[in-house]
Unconditional design. Structure first.
Length: 434
């Protein structure tokens, strides 16, 4: 991913230096296990560990690969340059390239997941803080983009919290799904390497042995992982779209923080644009772009082909780096977001009292009016509010049929705003616990 949308910790997970260090650890742990089994001499296994503090030369490995046309062989050749060709002659004994490549990829995905889990913790904390802060800040709820009934800003944040909390569960499950390794040799039969080697390597790297591999770790695991990243990206966009709507000039119920010296437009000095959340909408598309290729990687020929390899070299780092950046950006937006309660009330009152239409409808049916007649009575008054911006309560009080059914006090009683917020505490307990 480009530096503009990258953070150093996640980028480091996917650097060539990190990759080669993991490859080295896989090979060194495998040698250690084989020495324990008496398959190779102990002194050769010990010699491999002489390279544990080596900074592998990426340029040198690339130089060798230009000749060998094989990345793992190029690395093993470079490793032998540090360890000694005689000492390194048992390295990679009974192993195949995918043992190194797949186990390394899963180590990287686990490390990436751990960073993303930390990111999610930060976002959840920000959403919870704003939810509690605006628990009872009333705003109009909208369906189809049209005023519906009152809700609260706190419920909006709580809804996003609950969604991200589900995503946290999904991410942890995806981490567990991907945390396997395979050191099973060509076609996965362990013909030339003892399964105990795989168990040792996986234990040292914090993985579980893949129950059954072919020459590769099954790609349904990776499909699951990238699908979860795609779902999280969609949830990020869900939050971003709501904030973008709130920041529209004619709405202005909330807005991204606008810092000192920030400029909104090269042409119009008055502009304050929701650039961060618009950016998040775009980044979400990039993360989701990896989901279909990951799904298509599941179907490989027989015990192995490499049609998945080029895909994963791109989607592994790009998706993880992008999602890490997006989660951090969204957390910052939520933390600093400006909220405008007075504008929320002004918006609700643009069509005075109209949000109480259902309550009046229900009261009429409870008073003995048929639903069809009650709907007609309410709607004929509601439409005048839409068309003439008249006050809904005043119109109802002037409607003899409505007053006959409910009485003036009955009509007035249906315009209590707290009626719509009486179960906020119950919802918050469901979301955040007692």
């Amino acid at each position: 991913m480009i530096p503009r949308y990258s953070r150093p910790e996640m980028v480091a997970v996917w650097s060539p230096e990190t990759k080669f260090k993991i490859w080295y650890e896989i090979e060194a742990h495998a040698c250690e296990a084989m020495a324990n089994l008496g398959v190779i001499p102990r002194e050769n296994a010990d010699a491999v560990w002489k390279a544990k503090d080596v900074e592998f030369d990426v340029a040198r490995i690339d130089e060798i690969e230009a000749v060998t046309k094989h990345d793992v062989i190029a690395f093993l050749t470079h490793l032998a340059e540090h360890v000694g060709s005689e000492e390194a002659r048992f390295v990679h004994q009974g192993m195949t390239s995918s043992d190194v490549l797949d186990t390394c990829l899963n180590v990287q995905l686990v490390r990436a997941a751990d960073i993303l889990i930390k990111d999610m913790d930060g976002l959840l904390a920000a959403l919870k803080k704003r939810a509690l802060e605006h628990k009872n800040t009333v705003r109009v709820g909208r369906s189809h983009g049209i005023h519906a009934e009152p809700t609260t800003m706190g419920l909006t944040f709580a809804r996003f919290y609950a969604e991200m909390d589900r995503n946290m569960d999904r991410l942890k499950a995806a981490r567990a799904e991907i945390a396997t390794g395979a050191i099973s040799g060509a076609v996965g039969t362990f013909a030339n390497i003892d399964p105990a080697v795989e168990e040792h390597v996986c234990a040292e790297l914090g993985l579980s042995p893949e129950p059954i591999s072919t020459q590769v770790i099954p790609r349904d695991r990776h499909a699951m992982f990238f699908a979860v990243l795609g779902v999280i990206a969609s949830s990020i966009e869900n939050v971003a779209i709501e904030i973008r709507h709130m920041q529209r000039t004619e709405v202005l119920e909330g807005a991204e923080f606008f810092s000192m010296g920030q400029k909104g437009s090269s042409a119009m000095p008055h502009k304050k644009n929701p650039v961060l959340t618009e950016n998040l909408t775009g980044l979400a598309r990039l993360v989701r772009m990896s989901v279909i290729p990951a799904m298509e990687n599941v179907a490989l020929w027989h015990e192995r082909d490499i049609s998945h390899s080029s895909v994963e070299r791109a989607i592994g780092p790009d998706s993880c780096v992008t999602l890490d950046f997006a989660l951090a950006r969204l957390t910052g937006v939520i933390d600093k977001m400006l909220i405008f309660p007075d504008n929320m009330l002004d918006n609700m009152n643009k069509f005075p009292g109209l949000v109480m239409s259902q309550r009046v409808l229900l009261a009429l049916t409870q008073a003995g009016v048929s639903r069809e007649d009650a709907y007609s009575m309410v709607q004929r008054n509601a439409l005048k509010v839409w068309e003439e911006r008249l006050d809904f309560r005043t119109l109802l009080l002037a409607d003899k049929d409505v007053v006959a059914a409910l009485g003036e006090d009955g009509v007035n009683a249906k315009f209590d705003m707290e009626y719509h917020t009486k179960h906020v505490d119950t919802i918050f307990k469901r979301v955040f616990g007692a």
